[in-house]
Design a protein. Sequence first.
Length: 362
Amino acid sequence: MSAPYRVDLREHGIGVLLRNQAPSGAFVAGPAFSQYGYAWFRDGAFIAEALDLVGERAAAGRFHAWAAGVVLRSADGMARAMVDARLGRVPHPGDYLHCRYRADGTVGPADWPTFQLDGPGIWLWSLAHHVEHGGSVDADVLAAAGVVARYLAALREVPAHDAWEERPEHVHTSTRAAILTGLQGASRLGIRDVELDSATAELDRCLREAPLTKWLGADAVDASLLWTIAPYGLLRPDEQPAATLIDRVEHELVDVDGGVHRYRDDTYYGGGAWILLTATLARVRLRRAAPGDAELAGSAVRWIEAQASADGDLPEQVATRAFHPAEVGPWRERWGPSARPLLWSHAAHLALLTELDGHPES
Ligand code: BGC
């Protein structure tokens, strides 16, 4: 297969990520969108993965140093949150790690959800990925990784908002998977002890023994669960419960043109198809390698690239086949069109291109 992508969009995407990195090392999620002028651990961690994959190690390293600084400044509060969690109390907003920060590392406003546990887990995974791709980290960054690993192990059963900043009353499967991949990453960085090992083993058992649905007891699937297969690599695409998840996502969340939605009941901007999830499913298919999967991954690249604006910027989502079309207008009236550029969308596109380049059929 010849390169199925537009070279200019690859280069443009790298430029979007690099130009929008603050001097502090933070990545603002959507610099032109009123609600996304903040740096999330989750977005930044996936962006750093992509930068390492395309050889921009220094920029990824600056992000990790920024994230570590936020963690170390929050360490006293995190220790108090761990005590609360062990006593069955709800951690205090002044203590726990927030999900979004200003580029200068100060906590973002509380008008959006503040408490999520997947982001720090994804950060640990991305940090290990950075080191495994030739990045170096100093003692402060490793110290911060140790703080986060212990914090996540202690808080792992505390209900929190999910990756989409929703349903805070649940312990979400995709959050558990993010914590698991983070603890495994920490272990590869040499951060381990009996408590961390036992938390890791328990999370691994939970992941393998229950269906991959939004939370234990829920029936609905969520495309964020695909991250368990790619990029985290916690499950192989041919083993259960991963195989059933892929099957359900393909039947319930993929449009005829290949765009992938978050979940059936999604009403945010009408519940459109997300660039980053379309890229994720393509990466999962490349790892599954069933007949036709490589071609489907190539089609996903073309679909993603067709959503770029004339200047090459990728949006968060596309409303063409929104699950709840009546809900698109009210969101646009409130905040304007879907965020564009979304740095995470560009990162997902770049990560997919790298995976395609390394695929035997490309
Ligand atoms: C998404 C989050 C994301 C944030 C910034 C939200 O709408 O639900 O997953 O971190 O936007 O991109």
